[in-house]
Design a protein around this ligand. Sequence first.
Ligand SMILES: Cc1cc2nc3c(=O)[nH]c(=O)nc-3n(C[C@H](O)[C@H](O)[C@H](O)COP(=O)(O)OP(=O)(O)OC[C@H]3O[C@@H](n4cnc5c(N)ncnc54)[C@H](O)[C@@H]3O)c2cc1C
Length: 411
Amino acid sequence: MSTDADNAGAFSLDLSADVREMRDWVHEFAADVIRPAGAEWDEREETPWPILEEAAKIGLYSLDFFAQQWFEPSGLGIPVAFEELFWGDAGIGLSLVGSGLAAVSVASTGTQEQVGEWIPQMFGGPGEVKLGAFCSSEPDAGSDVGAIRTRAVYDEAADEWTLNGTKTWATNGGIADVHVIVASVDPTLKTRGQASFIVPPGTPGLSQGQKFRKHGIRASHTAEVVLDNVRVPGRCLVGGKEKLDERLARVREGGHGGEQAAMRTFEASRPSVAAMAIGVARAAVEYASDYAKDRVQFGRPIGQNQGVAFMLADMHASVDAARLLTWRAAWMARNRRPFTHAEGSMSKLVAGETAVRVTEQAIQILGGNGYTREYPVERWHRDAKIFTIFEGTSEIQRMLIGRAVTGLDVR
Ligand SMILES: Cc1cc2nc3c(=O)[nH]c(=O)nc-3n(C[C@H](O)[C@H](O)[C@H](O)COP(=O)(O)OP(=O)(O)OC[C@H]3O[C@@H](n4cnc5c(N)ncnc54)[C@H](O)[C@@H]3O)c2cc1C
């Protein structure tokens, strides 16, 4: 049995040589390709296909790269990679990693066959880049996932499911090759009566509704997805029918039905989303620090004023603090430590709010320049705001942390 003494000295915040090498490689792509293109694709408000293609060519937009980082032993592969990509640009970054949420939703609860069949089709390869979309939110079911109205009905004779409903806010929605749809199989059971379904490319009845014109991350496509009598084969139920039937039977008997699939997807992906926010925050802090050293007022750099230097000190410290929470959660998730204090939510909450605060402070440090589109900090501020909204708003994260730390049914 290992003792505390055996483990003395085991703690380390050093990244492995592999992770450091990967970080430098991703950073180079972010600095040379993503960052210079950020303003253009923000204005165009379109998926940056040429950049996805370039990333696919070097193997950065690929299932191999995602899988390698996902299974990196320390758990830090994904957070380190995402921080660098989003340091480059958040809209382009989300286009590059948006398929990941759909992939995780299948990887976390799907069968081996489903993982092998569908996840490669969410990435494609050089010359044929493909996308995945994870569709949970609906017009009347955002934070309240239990209110999902999209219905999945099974036709036993044909071994087919029929999906009907409208999804909203779907990243890559309507333009993805593979859509993963969260639908209700038994509405009386709320979240515990839900399941996820894979909709294969070109399935009739699935169409894009409204494409949203957004405040930030405008290079990432966000749209409604309409499901009108969409029929998918039985093998497209994520995890399989047997598992679903067992789970529903347990719930109906009043037992625990396990976590609902969408919830598990969100929980697993929270530290990754936190890392995205940290990338944006770090970009702004670095930019504002450089600016404060160069900009002279009253005969000295503005950074020599305590008012500005203290702001920079707080900004740097809070980004580092957010990163530490994120790395802790990512390490826990990879090493199968349960989030007993909602550590995944803590990382997402703190990183998201830090990104909003420090990008606003960066605008302040740049003064009038910060408020213009000639400088990137106004875009980064718009981009940062998404991190207090998607993948569970800040209020929802506080609710989850509140429940975990008190054991009470906080609402
Ligand atoms: C750009 C973008 C991309 C997205 N991508 C995806 C995607 O790929 N797939 C997907 O499924 N969804 C996606 N979403 C949806 C996103 O997850 C939801 O917007 C989010 O969960 C909030 O839901 P809502 O917008 O309906 O807000 P609401 O749930 O209506 O919340 C509105 C406000 O009320 C607060 N609130 C709600 N309930 C409570 C409560 N119990 N206690 C305290 N406060 C509360 C919220 O915190 C918020 O401030 C995306 C959203 C955006 C904007």
